[in-house]
Design a protein around this ligand. Sequence first.
Ligand code: 6PG
Length: 225
Amino acid sequence: MDFTQHETTSPQDFIRTSVTILAAKIAVTISARGHCVLGLSGGSTPRPVYEALEKERGIDWSAVTIFLVDERCVPADHHESNQRMIREIFPRRTIIAPDTALPAAACADEYDQHLRTLFLTKGFPDIVTLGLGEDGHTASLFPPVPDEAFGERFAIHTRTKQYVSPDRITITIPVLTRATTTILLLSGEPKRIVWEEMIAAIDDTHRWPMKAILRSPGCEVVTRW
Ligand code: 6PG
């Protein structure tokens, strides 16, 4: 596994370190490519990081395209909606997100096509943020991760019995492993426990989808525990 771990010592240090890495990667990407395709995960850990990133000076947001790494199949204004959280934080940005007004399967098909067009026109993701659930999931790839998550599609419908909003839309492993940089945001004792269990575990990406990402180049892991 080839990743760089950034151990932080406080919530403020975690946020500052995460924002510094994100802002630097965005700037380098825009300088090199003229544009940055940025995938953002939902959940609670990244919220303060995104809030600080939005306030960061010097980012040319006009050259950044934001898309959702995953979404809960709830209305876009629902309190559990990832796009609601991200649109609240980045009100002036265009956010590419699943159309959760559609039934789950149709929503996944539509998002798959939307991402296909995005990646065809602007390239695969330059940067993707990810979290880690206590069951070992990342994005909305819940173990045992279905074979479809390793196939040709860029977005699929998944289900969870353990977390809010059982129906989900998520990007797939091939999209995640094609990202130039993945930034894992892991904060709190429960994340340390599941992280250490995963690192020690066998290399089974259906059980531990993040292992597929950790073996890809460009993986930055920001931890606070
Ligand atoms: C979601 C996220 C999910 C998240 C993990 C960790 O929609 O919930 O995309 O994959 O990253 O569940 O969530 P926390 O950061 O809230 O612990």
